[in-house]
Write a protein that binds this ligand. Structure first.
Ligand SMILES: [Zn+2]
Length: 209
């Protein structure tokens, strides 16, 4: 049985023409394995350890670190988790060993109900994490997407994600966003609170713009 706990909601705001204040969503998955998705900036070390302690976990209890992509605000505390395998984008590493084939056909199952999938767009190497969660109303799929979705508002206003992504990959990102909306019931975006997926969002994402 998997539990998804957002330790910190991501956010981003433009301060002026040249400066953005941002930090990523940081999510803990508790199930057969303990998994942390995106480790925020190097300046968040103490509060991340504190947040884990509140969940009765030490950084050494984490089995997998997944960084949705390798931007500095998503990888800042990876070295807290030295008992874990690290999946940074589509690069899988443990110590000095690199496992080039663990992400097969764009997928890597970490444990029952938790799968990493390749979702290029924001960068060419982006991944998302799909988590099956049993609820009293049946199974829900939580998807931790990193910056494939910046925040809920970028569905209504695609200029938000387009401004932050890789221009050459915009069409890929658009297609991946639509694909993830079809798979997910709930999205935890890179820089905003989690939100439920609606039918209107799926339609919106397929619109030609
Ligand atoms: Zn980010």
């Amino acid at each position: 049985m998997n539990e998804v706990i957002v330790l910190f909601d991501g956010y981003s705001k433009q301060l002026d023409d040249e400066t953005m204040d941002a930090n990523c969503s940081c999510t803990l998955i508790k199930g057969q394995k303990n998994i942390i998705v995106d480790t925020m900036t190097a300046w968040d070390r103490e509060r991340l350890v504190e947040a884990l302690h509140k969940q009765n976990l030490d950084p050494l209890d984490i089995h997998y670190v997944v960084c949705t992509h390798s931007h500095s605000d998503h990888i800042g505390n990876n070295n807290l988790f030295i008992n874990a395998e690290h999946i940074v984008g589509q690069c899988v590493q443990s110590g000095t060993k690199f496992y080039e084939k663990r992400i097969k056909d764009g997928k890597y199952k970490l444990c029952e109900g938790v799968t990493v999938i390749a979702t290029p767009g924001h960068t060419a190497q982006d991944v998302s994490v799909l988590v099956d969660v049993e609820t009293k109303d049946g199974k829900l799929v939580y998807t931790i997407t990193g910056d494939l979705f910046e925040k809920e508002e970028d569905i209504e206003d695609p200029s938000i994600w387009k401004a932050l992504g890789t221009i050459e990959l915009q069409e890929v990102q658009k297609a991946m966003r639509s694909h993830v909306l079809d798979l997910a019931n709930i999205i935890i975006p890179g820089h905003g609170p989690m939100f439920p997926v609606t039918e209107a969002m799926k339609l919106q994402s397929k619109r030609v713009d």
